[in-house]
Write a protein that binds this ligand. Structure first.
Ligand code: IPE
Ligand code: IPE
Ligand code: MG
Length: 234
């Protein structure tokens, strides 16, 4: 039993579609509500003393969804990044996008670059948004980069250790998650932070992401504080 607030919380924000379906609304309506939850949870996480928050917004597998839904999500990300920029400026939030940006539109990449560039020195909540993120893809990109460096003569085989790998993933410089939360009942990892979650505590709730709130976050933190952790402690 402890009273420590997890420094890094990662969330698989799941259930937007089911939440909307239960209300006889289109799935995209669930995504819009989900984006509002993101805004609120960033504030709550900061107030509760969480230092790093990593949110899974779009996986490399999510391209397989119907075209209309993918398009609506991309539009929503663009709109949300604008809102996030304003909040980051007001609340000293430092924002970073993890995932492969090369498949995203120039418009989206421009707003990501502005958000990341202008908030890089901020000292408040460190928010990482995973967009077109897949852990296997992240590892494959890291391996390609490593082999290139080795072929160019800049790296020897013995340089490649756990620290090297951690510092060449998208999450470089950020401590591993202490707590991973998945909403809406599923209990799988869906290609999220596979390397980083080696000793992360997992917490599941049936609540769908649009209904996730500060009380739910506090419940997850309380459950985390009741765990007897192994090697993950920093
Ligand atoms: C999570 O909600 C948001 C994204 C993956 C973009 P879902 O869209 O997966 O909602 P369900 O799981 O179908 O209810
Ligand atoms: C995981 O949710 C990805 C995000 C939350 C962005 P999914 O709903 O896409 O995952 P699966 O398909 O249920 O594993
Ligand atoms: Mg889902």
């Amino acid at each position: 039993m402890g009273s420590e607030i997890p420094a890094h919380v990662a969330i698989i924000m799941d259930g937007n579609g089911r939440w909307a379906k239960r209300r006889n609304m289109p799935r995209t309506y669930g995504h819009v509500q989900g984006a509002k939850t993101v805004e609120k949870i960033c504030r709550d996480a900061d107030e509760l003393g969480i230092r790093y928050l990593t949110l899974y917004a779009f996986s490399t597998e999510n391209w397989n969804r119907p075209g209309g839904e993918v398009e609506a999500l991309m539009e929503l990300f663009h709109k949300y990044l604008g809102i996030c920029y304003k909040n980051a400026m007001e609340n000293d939030m430092c924002c970073r996008i993890i995932g492969d940006k090369t498949r995203l539109s120039q418009k989206l990449r421009d707003s990501m670059a502005k958000l990341e560039g202008d908030t890089a020195d901020h000292k408040g909540l460190h928010l990482q948004l995973a967009i077109n993120y897949g852990a296997r893809d992240e590892i494959a990109r890291m391996v390609r980069h490593t082999v290139e460096e080795a072929l160019n003569g800049g790296l020897s085989v013995n340089d490649i250790d756990e620290d090297y790998i951690s510092s060449h993933l998208d999450t470089a410089g950020i401590p591993d998650p202490d707590l991973l939360i998945r909403t809406c009942g599923e209990q799988r990892i869906s290609n999220y932070l596979l390397w980083q979650c080696a000793y992360t505590e997992f917490y599941y709730t049936d609540t769908a992401w649009p209904d996730f709130d500060r009380d739910e976050l506090v419940r997850a933190i309380n459950a985390y504080q009741d765990r007897d952790r192994r090697y993950g402690k920093v």
